[in-house]
Ligand binder design. Sequence first.
Ligand SMILES: Cc1cc2nc3c(=O)[nH]c(=O)nc-3n(C[C@H](O)[C@H](O)[C@H](O)COP(=O)(O)OP(=O)(O)OC[C@H]3O[C@@H](n4cnc5c(N)ncnc54)[C@H](O)[C@@H]3O)c2cc1C
Ligand SMILES: NC(=O)c1ccc[n+]([C@@H]2O[C@H](COP(=O)([O-])OP(=O)(O)OC[C@H]3O[C@@H](n4cnc5c(N)ncnc54)[C@H](O)[C@@H]3O)[C@@H](O)[C@H]2O)c1
Length: 488
Amino acid sequence: MESTGSTGNTESTGNSESTYDVVVIGGGSTGENVADHAHRGGLSVAMVESHLVGGECSYYACMPSKALLRPAQALEAARRVAGAAGAVGEVDATAVLERRTSFTHGWDDSSQVRWADGAGIDVVRGRGRLDGERRVVVAGPDGERVLTARHAVVVATGSAPAVPPVDGLASARFWTTREATSATAVPRRLVVIGAGVAGTELAQAFARLGSTVTLLARSRVLSALPAGAGHAVAEALLRDGIDVRTGAAVASVDRAAGPDGEVTVRLEGGGEVVADEVLVAAGRRPRTGDLGLATIGLELDDGAPLEVDDSGRVGAVAGGWLYAAGDVTGRAPLTHQGKYAARAVGVAVAARAAGTLGDDVEPWSAAAATADHRAVPQVVFTDPGVAHVGLDADAAREAGFTVRMVEEDLGAVAGASLHADGYAGWARLVVDAERDVVLGATFVGQDVAELLHAATIAVVGEVPLSRLRHAVPAYPTMSEIWLRLLDH
Ligand SMILES: Cc1cc2nc3c(=O)[nH]c(=O)nc-3n(C[C@H](O)[C@H](O)[C@H](O)COP(=O)(O)OP(=O)(O)OC[C@H]3O[C@@H](n4cnc5c(N)ncnc54)[C@H](O)[C@@H]3O)c2cc1C
Ligand SMILES: NC(=O)c1ccc[n+]([C@@H]2O[C@H](COP(=O)([O-])OP(=O)(O)OC[C@H]3O[C@@H](n4cnc5c(N)ncnc54)[C@H](O)[C@@H]3O)[C@@H](O)[C@H]2O)c1
């Protein structure tokens, strides 16, 4: 389907050639937001999408994975409250999968296309690739179409799963996170390769839906997050009956009996796991291949990111007309950071088109994604969850700060003890001892996600602790942890 909505200043030189102020390649959450902000800045915009408008997050990532996790977490939460626990039954896997599908609209993007139409964005169906300066060729269902950009082409093509070069893996049928989040049945046995954010979340989701799960961590669980956080999640996964194997490197994978047969994952140093499905959750690679970058003189290694400045401009391309945002830049591959970068790009492109912005952007201005460097929030939606923002202690020291660490028991807070009997969790602040401001924060425990934004505001605002002490948390909430953290 192709939208015919016009923004007024689009020139068409025939059926197959059109000119817009901005052409966005990729209509995921980042591309949509670039298009919206550029259009709000007075520019005509075409957004090219080869699969589903809304991208990975809506259909195969954030939303369906959280929909798979949430029902069992709601049951667990009730089980931790005496008086409610006795009323709790078992999770209904079929209903969970149905509810998940309702969040993905059955993998139908018409509501997002309607949003784009209403926002004045022309959706162009097909695969886009660059074909020289400011030109994008779209191979669509009705043939090729050429889109020329007056001001900017923005690449927002996201990322694709990284598939490790494991012997036999490519020829054994395997799940990526797409197949896992769109599964129509719960496998009896599941082995997960990779214990990062996706691997741990999906391991817990399927274990609580009834799968027997083995989680293979090459080093430790959640190795990119503070060690204590990974440890707490690993212990919880063990309590869920997941066979968590750390330091487990995969030697080979095979599905000897064909695509419907069981799969055997062999480990280096001996040992094997037999399962019905194998999920590869070993990270992602920016989708920069097959984008025609060579036509504009840009040679990137396969899977290398498109490096950008804080306004999203690709410095390696002369003329300043090529921008990128979201996962494809490798900066902070999270939906919210992609949307944040998208706003900066949309604002920068519109301002440069109007001649009100030069090459450099002021840090923390609307056209700069400054927070990418120091204040990226991330939540791991397992139970217990992990909510983290900013620098951990090691990163802060490496950046030259004099660090002071403060850690407190979240379970000791009245709000937490009411929230769940025997609540276990902790919170940590990394403080710049010289300026007395928060550089980073980590919260671990049940339902900590909503605690994070206060910390993000403290980090971004560089609010001195002496002033933060005047931000009084309501009693009895879990936010009272701030009183304890600031009482040092
Ligand atoms: C299992 C999983 C769970 C996740 N959960 C979370 C979460 O809870 N919170 C969070 O913040 N992040 C989460 N993420 C990360 C999040 O999904 C990504 O950061 C986000 O989707 C990136 O958005 P994007 O628009 O940059 O890329 P994408 O969502 O990948 O969108 C890119 C779009 O471009 C299209 N495209 C690609 N190439 C072309 C082309 N040549 N022509 C036309 N169209 C093209 C694609 O079809 C796609 O629609 C999760 C990721 C995974 C894998
Ligand atoms: N809640 C969230 O915000 C959320 C949830 C899921 C995914 N995501 C994002 O999606 C992206 C992909 O998630 P992910 O978990 O796949 O990536 P990740 O980078 O978080 O974790 C990948 C893990 O796989 C491991 N690994 C790599 N190669 C391996 C191999 N050959 N064998 C075994 N393990 C191997 C790595 O050591 C790492 O621990 C990330 O950017 C992540 O932040 C976010």
